[in-house]
Write a protein that binds this ligand. Structure first.
Ligand code: EPU
Length: 421
């Protein structure tokens, strides 16, 4: 088990590159089940969740080959012999649920456990099950495994009760090979969904409206997609986390290889708090002002304030002057890290499962803690970089799931962070 050892207080400057988006590439791996020919994916980050996604594909008979520094070639077998998503692997990543729709439409069956991932709330899968059922599938439970069968998947008119990022991607992929037209209403708008649809369309799918609340898919009636090559879009969560870090400790900290448009709302919050933020086409530069002021926030689906930026932003608020209300509307278990920040010296009152009040400015002191999940782990790294003294952050596996060589990239801009066994 690795841990990060961080001495806080350093000023950060120079360039920090953003890697490819975890939540885009984790959809491209399962999408390759819809293909007759090989899929090449470039700009793939070196993160743990990708290894798990590759293992799921290999178990289904796919060739998963790493090519060069950041490319993967995924080669489909002539026939997919199994419909089973290995329990031990699927339980480790939420994205395992994304394999189900493509597998069902390709083989007529999918067996899988309840998906894993970060423990940030209930995270039900009712929207997925409802969608597959509407398309003609039958859902059964065998022990701890779901067993879904569909002799044929038919297009359907599906309205999501809530806009869900992965349910939108899942039903969009399921509909690609189906018979007839599927319409998804109240669809989520995340840029990863649009990027996925563009790639599928370039290879023979007929998807209209991705990136809007209504997506229409004309099924190919079983005709597989041709092979193709696609590039993973920049990780907007990483982009935003580095921007927050810049506003706290930056002296012209330049975040490169990113798309600032995807974090526009977060950047407005940083500007409102007094940070200096400049943006270019694929970079942004942030510096810490002499005084930060508190800004309240409420998380929302894209293009609103991302729930994945909530924890790093709370660290930011501990350094701002005044009171701020934090309202986490998307997940109900995403404030459990607050106690650790209070133990570092923060002054945060949790009102209920969704709301907290942060009063600042407070001085944070380094301490030892365990990373509870991916984004809270990143928040602890940011808190440790701001704090006085030494911090140790254990359970780095959680951070490695989504951030490639974080310590190395942070060291390159002046952070005092090492990885210890
Ligand atoms: N929801 C349901 N039923 C469902 C699915 C979702 O009620 O069947 C609810 C959820 O409980 C939540 C809301 O819908 O209240 C929205 O959640 P969403 O489904 O959009 O989240 P997700 O698709 O499970 C993805 C990302 C998350 C990110 C959220 C929100 C992936 C693999 N995961 O999750 O990423 O926080 O969207 O943008 O794309 C992370 O990367 O650390 C992470 C947790």
């Amino acid at each position: 088990m690795f841990r990060y050892v961080i001495r806080g207080g350093k000023t950060l400057s120079g360039e920090i590159p953003v890697r490819g988006a975890k939540n885009h590439v984790l959809k491209l791996f399962p999408a390759s089940i819809l293909f007759a020919g090989p899929v090449t994916i470039t700009n793939v980050p070196h993160i743990e969740d990708i290894l798990r996604a590759g293992e799921l594909l290999e178990n289904l008979g796919f060739g998963v080959e790493k090519r060069g520094e950041r490319a993967y070639k995924i080669s489909p077998p002539r026939r997919i012999a199994s419909s089973l998503l290995e329990k031990d692997i699927a339980e480790r990543i939420r994205a395992s649920i994304l394999f189900v729709g493509p597998l069902l439409s390709r083989t007529g069956r999918a067996q899988f456990p309840f998906p894993g991932g970060c423990v940030i709330g209930r995270r039900p899968i009712d929207l997925f099950l409802h969608g597959w059922t509407a398309m003609g599938a039958k859902v059964a439970m065998r022990g701890a495994m779901f067993d879904i069968r569909a002799a044929e998947l038919r297009g359907a008119d599906i309205t999501f009760r809530v806009a869900s990022h992965t349910a939108t991607e899942s039903l969009m992929m399921t509909a690609v090979l189906a018979r007839g037209r599927t319409v998804l209403r109240n669809a989520a708008l995340e840029p990863e969904i649009t990027a996925l649809a563009e790639f599928l369309n370039a290879c023979g799918a007929r998807i209209n409206g991705a990136g809007t609340p209504t997506i229409a898919i004309e099924g190919t009636n079983g005709k597989l997609l041709t092979g193709g090559t696609t590039h993973v879009i920049p990780d907007r969560i990483e982009t935003g986390s580095f921007a927050i870090l810049g506003a706290l400790r930056g002296k012209k900290l330049r975040v490169t290889d990113c798309n600032p448009e995807h974090v526009a709302v977060l950047l407005e919050h940083l500007r409102a708090a007094g940070a200096s933020v400049e943006v270019g086409e694929n970079w942004l530069e942030v510096s810490r002002p002499s005084r930060l002021k508190a800004v309240s926030m409420r998380t929302r689906e894209y293009p609103g304030f991302a729930t994945d930026h909530q924890a790093p932003f709370v660290v930011f608020l501990t350094q701002a002057h005044g009171y701020a209300m934090v309202f986490e509307t998307v997940f109900e278990g995403r404030l459990s890290y607050l106690e650790d920040l209070n133990r570092m010296g923060a002054n945060i009152i949790q009102c209920d499962l969704h709301r907290a009040i942060v009063s600042g400015h407070t001085t944070l002191h380094g301490r030892s803690m365990e990373s509870p999940d991916l984004r809270a782990g990143m928040a602890f790294v940011i808190a440790a970089l701001v704090a006085r003294g030494l911090s140790r952050i254990g359970n780095v596996y959680q951070i490695d799931r989504g951030y490639e060589n974080l310590d190395e990239r942070l060291r390159a801009v002046g952070a005092d962070i090492t990885r210890e066994n």
